[in-house]
Design a protein around this ligand. Sequence first.
Ligand code: AR6
Length: 205
Amino acid sequence: MSDVAILRVDRPGHAPATIELAKGDITTIEVDAIVNAANSALAGGGGVDGAIHRAAGPELMVELGARYRGCPTGSAVITASGRLAGHGVRHVIHAGGPVWRGGGSDEERLLRSAYLTSLRLAGEAGARSVAFPAISCGIYGYPLDQGARVALDAVRDGLETAPSVERAVFVLFSGDTFAAFADALAILAKRTSQERPGTRLEDSR
Ligand code: AR6
């Protein structure tokens, strides 16, 4: 896994935070919490959800079934990390992103809310580093460029209210997804640096 873009964001009164883009498999990254792109039934499935459950083992599904009755779209729930603890992951946050239905069904608000809730849960659990996939941008069909913009804006804003989180990493599985996030990060960096002179985009493509 290689990080290729890092946005350093100043937070008045708190330690600065970084938003990073990496290309790779989210089940291999060493962070305190990883976010899963789940479904509202918390029933498991394909994509990154399948990969996380396979890597973590059956313990996750047992905990989900015991503690939660599903997860409304736009929200998230937190569990332990099963076998992912072997490389330091302590929490898995299962977020329910929206299915893309053309853009007129509140998709943007729901996607933003899925990221913000995930970041809030990570902060409440004391996580300092969190990894996200491109929620809704696979099986759920959210257009990549729009999904990337919503994701990065939400995480930039959410870092203001989750001061314990100092590092948010987007782990992107494909070249296309990575390129869309890199473009959106460059736009976010330009906008953020006008508001916060300490903001810097480092090591971009
Ligand atoms: N690491 C990082 N990203 C990955 C990985 C991985 N190991 N595997 C896939 N991706 P998706 P959704 C990327 O379809 O659109 C499931 O069945 C993938 O390329 O996993 O939110 C759930 O149970 C894409 O960019 O999630 C739900 O029913 C991104 O992760 C439904 O799919 C998200 O793709 C959720 O659909």
